[in-house]
Ligand binder design. Structure first.
Ligand SMILES: NC(=O)c1ccc[n+]([C@@H]2O[C@H](COP(=O)([O-])OP(=O)(O)OC[C@H]3O[C@@H](n4cnc5c(N)ncnc54)[C@H](OP(=O)(O)O)[C@@H]3O)[C@@H](O)[C@H]2O)c1
Length: 288
């Protein structure tokens, strides 16, 4: 089967590629807006790289030539799904794509303001067999979105109050995804995927402090100071807005819905948050 992976230079796409490479039933294609970046980061002569840009509908058809299944990652900066994602799904239907595995979001059914909600509905309507993976918060957020504030400011800045949430490692989601690719048993199903335990950001700050050997404090700013902080970092308004609303859900106790799907359905043992942090402590050290 010819599989196109979008977002292969990002957290999930790369993790999926790592699990799937070498699988004899698959020919892997990467759809990337900058093919040189893929070749530089991945260095795999077996991978077929095609230029693909959600912002350029002219790239869709050629990227899907001969492709049978698609791993679809909505880039976080794309909030205008009607003009940037729906036309790609239309092209998938036109090219007779047999399966779309879409990386969605936990709790999406009750969050109509998220791009994922709209994308799920559009894919369903398209008639293309799908699998929706709806993970909780990525542990990787700590080494991406929060790395600088932890490393340089010894603090976590999230408007989640005392609410608890759940964290999952992207590699675990990718292992589940790999079980769905090429397996019709997992078509037309949405799976919520979570890690083993729920944590408040106080808990996360405490674990970070214990593992890093210095105090990391949890600051629970209001929504607007948080938005200002992220906007000053140059993040797009739509992205910051969606992120703030998701944290508000955590604050109001709607972010901690743990389940056993990873292990029970996919045979994946969830990564432990403390171990995740321990393995990546150099990310937060000042001299690294
Ligand atoms: N973080 C969380 O806690 C969490 C939880 C649940 C769901 N999610 C969802 O997961 C998704 C993000 O996944 P991720 O963390 O793997 O993403 P990521 O690491 O931010 O990577 C985004 C990928 O999209 C590519 N990309 C960006 N703009 C593009 C464009 N115009 N055309 C084609 N490709 C483009 C990037 O490629 P370049 O190399 O070209 O930049 C990169 O490979 C989002 O939809 C997010 O809402 C996140």
């Amino acid at each position: 089967m010819n599989l196109l992976i979008t977002g292969i230079t990002g957290n999930f796409g790369y993790a999926v590629y790592k699990v799937l490479k070498g699988r004899s039933d698959l020919e892997i294609y990467a759809g990337a807006r900058n093919p040189e970046r893929v070749n530089f980061l991945i260095e795999d002569p077996e991978i077929n790289v095609r230029r693909f840009d959600f912002d350029d509908a002219g790239t869709y058809e050629a990227a899907l030539e001969g492709i049978e299944a698609v791993v679809l990652v909505r880039p976080p900066a794309i909030t205008k799904v009607k003009s940037k994602i729906f036309p790609f799904i239309d092209m998938c239907r036109h090219k007779n794509i047999q399966h779309i595995l879409f990386l969605s979001l936990q709790g999406v059914e009750s969050r109509p303001y998220t791009p994922h909600y709209k994308i799920e509905h559009y894919i369903e309507k398209s008639g293309i067999p799908y699998t929706f993976l709806r993970p909780s918060f990525f542990m990787e957020n700590l080494i991406t979105a929060h790395r600088e504030e932890i490393r340089y400011e010894s603090r976590l800045l999230v408007p989640a109050g005392e609410g608890k949430t759940n964290f999952i490692a992207v590699d675990d989601i990718a292992r589940a995804a790999a079980r769905c690719i090429g397996n019709a048993q997992h078509y037309r199903i949405a799976y919520e995927l979570t890690g083993e335990e729920n944590y408040s950001y106080y808990d996360v700050a405490r674990i970070l402090s214990e593992e890093l050997g210095r105090t990391i404090s949890y600051e629970k700013p209001g929504m607007f100071p948080f938005m200002l902080y992220r906007l000053k970092k140059g993040e797009p308004l739509g992205f910051v807005l969606v992120m703030s609303l998701i944290y508000r859900a955590v604050k109001t106790g709607k972010g901690a819905d743990q389940n056993e799907n990873l292990s029970e359905i996919f045979g994946v043992t969830p990564t432990d948050l403390r171990e995740f942090i321990r393995d990546r402590r150099t990310y937060f050290e000042l001299d690294s």
